[in-house]
Design a protein. Structure first.
Length: 296
């Protein structure tokens, strides 16, 4: 049987995948006869040099304008469970090059093996759920660990810029969270894969950036580090829990991470001093006297 090639516009081309999968299904092409690529894969030469900027995001609804009325054409295809669609919308953001093959294989099997949807221990379903959870965790960490720094652009406008290195292709998926949180602020989120900018009215997507494109530390960051050092409680240190909630992969994006080694190293000594210190008597707080109410 002929080997088919499906090339998508970019790494997170969900609509492109849907259209390609529909055409392949209608042609009866089984998963083992399809190879999936992205335009970036096709543009890369032997040495890994890639060309071509990322496409612009469509305007988002906002206070400065209205959403474009141009809507993508609906994909007419086989009916699948709504949960499978949501699962694939997370899978497409995963960095595993085999994600599109897994998505199409699951789609093919759902249509040809009706019992699959009732088998939670199926290997493909387990792998897909594991990958989707990894993307969800990465989104959560990005929401929590991004640090913006203010810069002034050429027009004198203050723009808050952040550099982040996610594990997966989540820059666009994370952007709506920051739009809701910082609606009235101009900001830019830079990652190695893509950049997203909010101008107060709409989102703009651009190509990936480098750490050097982000602004250096400022006075506000020094103040934050001083505050972080003072609120650190050595008696409550739990390194296992800390590494679980804040994996080392994300430390290079956090200014306070530079203090962690020093604070952890001195935590035992500080805790010992706290235990040996003389107890203190809490200051009594005397409630103010309330004058009696006047008689009616």
């Amino acid at each position: 049987m002929t080997l088919h090639t499906a090339t998508l516009a970019h790494a997170t081309d969900w609509d492109g995948f849907r259209h390609a999968a529909r055409a392949l299904l209608q042609a009866g092409v089984p998963p083992q006869h399809v190879q999936w690529f992205t335009a970036q894969d096709a543009a890369c030469d032997l040495f890994g040099d890639c060309a071509g900027p990322a496409p612009e995001l469509p305007p988002a609804a906002g206070r400065c304008g209205t959403r474009s009325h141009a809507q993508p054409q609906p994909v007419v295809g086989p009916r699948v469970p709504e949960g499978f669609v949501r699962l694939c919308q997370h899978l497409v953001l995963h960095r595993d090059p085999a994600r599109f093959a897994l998505m199409y294989r699951l789609l093919w099997r759902l249509l040809h093996e009706p019992a699959l949807r009732h088998d939670p221990l199926d290997a493909d379903r387990l792998q897909a759920r594991h990958m989707a959870r990894a993307v969800a965790r990465d989104l959560h960490k990005m929401h929590a660990f991004v640090r913006f720094r203010p810069v002034v652009d050429g027009q004198g406008q203050t723009v808050h810029v952040a550099w982040f290195e996610p594990r997966h292709y989540i820059a666009e998926a994370a952007a709506p969270f920051f739009v809701r949180r910082f609606t009235h602020m101009h900001w830019a989120l830079l990652t190695p894969d893509a950049s997203v900018r909010w101008d107060g009215c709409q989102l703009h997507r651009g190509p990936g950036a480098q750490r050097a494109d982000a602004p250096p530390p400022d006075a506000g960051e020094a103040l934050w580090l001083t505050y972080y050092r003072h609120i650190f409680n050595p008696a409550r240190l739990n390194t296992a829990a800390m590494h679980k909630e804040m994996p080392r992969h994300y430390w290079r994006n956090l200014p306070e991470a530079a203090l962690i080694g020093e604070l952890v190293q001195g935590a035992h000594e500080r805790s010992a001093r706290m235990v040996e210190a003389e107890p203190t008597t809490p200051r009594r707080r005397i409630a103010p006297l309330v004058p009696p109410r006047a008689q009616d």
